[in-house]
Design a binder for this molecule. Sequence first.
Ligand code: ADP
Length: 267
Amino acid sequence: MKIGIDAGGTLIKVAYTNGDLPEFIKFPISRLQYVASWISEFSNAKICITGGKAALLKTYMNQKAVDIVEFEATSSGVSYLLARNDIPVKAFILTNVGTGTSIHYINKGEHQRVGGTGVGGGTIMGLSKLLTGITDYETIVTTASKGARDRIDLKVSHIYEGSEPPIPGDLTASNFGNIAILASEGQLTKEELLASVVGLVGETVATVSVLAAGQSGLTSIVFVGSSFIGNDLLKEVVQRYTVLRGALPMFIENGEYSGAIGCLLYL
Ligand code: ADP
């Protein structure tokens, strides 16, 4: 048995195999100790760990484990998933929307971290709690999917009312910036608020990624990270905004397990 683990700020992602295709499982970070005892049942397993909580997880484990740098694990996992899905792209920007967002340049074997933003999945969780009191991820995501953003966000077309804007009118001029409407209309619904939170995060992540792609002379952007799990609205926002800004977005199945897969491949 081989086990690859990516212990991040919010979730622990595990990829394991007995020689066949890898299987995947995830746990909340609050179950770090449980994960250590779950792994201990596989006494002869080869184990590789990555992520910000790797060192902490190792303190709970009684087996040996190698640890590798998270960005290396993620990029090797993504290359594996692209090959497995017959996606022939070799040079691309990799944007990992985890608790925060990190952005990498990948060209064949070469990779380099080019930046990131603190706006990510953690922002969805935090702002959702502050604005609506909801803390459960699935409730946030399903509620957001039912909301409209036009009473909260200000679009370029709102500002250029009646005239032709110099940039696409559909771009957001100001997330949460529709002050005139916000001041004059009644209560906003949880659906509207959460849809706008997802909009803010998706548009920020897409915009930063497109700028990174432009800087590197690339157009393909591969988006991974657990923030996309069950969150079709975030995918739609990122997809639409990336295309609107001239780049080519890609999402890969099980992309959130890239770090764990990279660990598995290391063994
Ligand atoms: P990290 O490696 O930093 O833990 P992830 O790629 O696992 O990051 O993404 C964490 C984000 O995934 C959370 O901030 C949240 O938006 C989203 N998420 C998906 N599923 C869950 C879940 N079951 N519980 C909490 N957050 C979740």
